[in-house]
Design a protein around this ligand. Structure first.
Ligand code: GAP
Length: 474
């Protein structure tokens, strides 16, 4: 083995281990559980535990605050998961939302043809069309081994596979209708464009933001919660005057990147990647992805696309409704252009966990695992511990809990070795731990320990709400 290959093998091992450690912590501390676990699991599904759901809610409210509440030019929306089937014809998803797949005829394992070709034929196949992939597989099939059963020459020709989940709506057989679970939240916004313009006092340029679940029948779903079939999106469609889209595109790409820095993601783990011409979706005039450096490599977290007037034009044509906007300044009529920042919540949560995960003094007695979450994201803001489970200390801790829990989420942990209680809160990313000790009984002060520095200060109980609110900026 050459040194280079040895190094890259070790690096791969290290990065795989890093992801495993984050996955283990996520389960151990109640962030993310494997889906349907007691029934043996349902592949690629995950449930978010008590701390995972708090982290998710905090991410969503940070996003909503920055994209909706703090802005006079963006409003919110919550559209249905199931939309009229014609929506997906108009948007192009029925015809074009496909991945090329191959099946092993021996063991029926299924792979994405372009990814398989990239990984096993060591050539860039990401942008090959179906015809080119078909030719490539016809040429190489005999020598290709199925990674699942090990047999060679067993692959079918690549064929297109639509990623939308379909279901039937209605209870009477024969009278039901095929509908799709939305593969993106965006279309729910486009079909409500007219409603929003008519009911709210919005003026172009303005945005409509939405948070919600989306579903895609991904052929290969993997890397923990990075690519799943059910996931949540935070999307905003920003409607602007044709000709101004370039400026807005630049504005929103910078805004999104700054927002990620603001919630504490490290700059060196983030990058912006502009799509090559050949990668662009058919509706896009330009797309840039913000990528995060996960333990398994760079992965898209946020796609910012300049979608032109494609969607509104399509919906106007298919619904036969006039979706033109009348500019109040000069009475001109036009279909606005759209810049769309589309963020995946689950990928964001994984990035936040990976970024925050740190092991201090590994292999020593002082080893400590800490989730260095931004205080506003932390699921629990403070742990409250009585030093001993006696002598009236638990009662004082309870009193502090009652007071602080009206302000933000706090945890009361009464029993066990104090070091273990700190350890648990460090792994949860709790920024502060408050300890009630014997001095508390004398002068009503407690110690407040900061997660990252582990420094402690003595503080009067009465000062706790103001001190913590200030430090947490909640
Ligand atoms: N409306 C545009 C749109 O949906 P996209 O790039 O397909 O664009 C936006 O999706 C974001 O949604 C992605 O950047 C990613 O974070 C997230 N996402 C997409 N597919 C996903 C999947 N299968 N699992 C988890 N997140 C996904």
């Amino acid at each position: 083995m050459t040194e280079d290959r040895k190094d890259s093998g070790q690096k791969k091992q290290k990065t795989e281990d890093a992801l495993k450690e984050v996955v283990a912590l996520a389960k151990r501390r109640g962030f993310v559980f494997p889906g349907s676990e007691i029934y043996g699991g349902l592949s690629n599904t995950f449930d978010y535990g008590p701390y995972g759901v708090e982290l998710m809610r905090n991410l969503k409210s940070e996003w909503w605050r920055a994209f909706v509440h703090n802005r006079s030019d963006v409003v919110g929306l919550d559209s249905s998961i199931m939309l009229h089937p014609e929506v997906w014809v108009a948007s192009g998803h029925v015809n074009s939302f496909n991945d090329p797949l191959i099946d092993c005829k021996n063991c029926r394992a299924r792979f994405r043809a372009d990814q398989f070709a990239e990984e096993h034929l060591e050539r860039s196949a990401a942008n090959l069309g179906l015809e080119e992939l078909t030719a490539l597989f016809a040429e190489k099939n005999a020598e290709l081994k199925c990674p699942s059963c090990g047999k060679s020459g067993t692959f079918t020709e690549p064929r297109q596979f639509n990623l939308m989940f379909s279901t039937r709506m209605g209870s009477l057989s024969g009278q039901d209708q095929q509908v799709y679970l939305r593969p993106e939240t965006a279309q729910g916004i486009f079909i409500n464009f007219r409603n929003v313009v008519d009911s709210c006092r919005v003026r172009v340029p303005f945005g409509v933001a939405q948070i919600g679940k989306s579903f895609r029948n991904e052929i290969i779903a993997r890397q923990f919660i990075f690519r799943t079939r059910e996931f949540e999106q935070l999307e905003m469609e920003f409607f602007c005057k044709p000709g101004t889209q370039k400026e807005w595109f630049e504005y929103w790409t910078n805004f999104c990147m700054d927002w990620l820095y603001g919630i504490g993601l490290s700059k060196e783990n983030l990058r912006m990647r502009a799509h090559e011409e050949s990668e662009l979706s058919f509706y896009s005039e330009g797309t840039s992805d913000i990528e995060y450096q996960y333990p398994f490599g760079w992965g898209e977290i946020w796609g910012i696309a300049s979608r032109t007037d494609y969607d509104l034009k399509q919906h106007a044509a298919h619904s036969r409704k006039n979706l033109e906007y009348t500019d109040p300044e000069d009475n001109s009529k036009y279909l606005p252009y759209v810049v769309e920042p589309a963020l995946g919540l689950n990928r964001l949560l994984l990035a936040v966990l990976c970024d925050a995960y740190s092991v201090e003094n590994p292999g020593t007695k002082e080893q400590r695992t800490v989730l260095r979450l931004h205080p506003r994201l932390a699921p629990v803001k403070a742990g409250i511990f009585p030093l001993q489970k006696k002598d009236g200390l638990p009662e004082i801790a309870q009193e502090i809990y009652n007071r602080l829990s009206t302000l933000f989420p706090v945890d009361l942990d009464i029993s066990g070795h104090i070091g273990k209680r700190y350890y648990r809160q460090d792994e949860l990313g709790t920024p502060f731990c408050i300890t009630v000790d014997y001095e508390t009984k004398e002068n009503r002060t407690v110690t407040v320990r900061e997660r990252d520095s582990t420094n402690q200060q003595r503080v009067a109980i009465d000062e706790l709400p103001a001190l913590l609110a200030n430090k947490l900026s909640v």
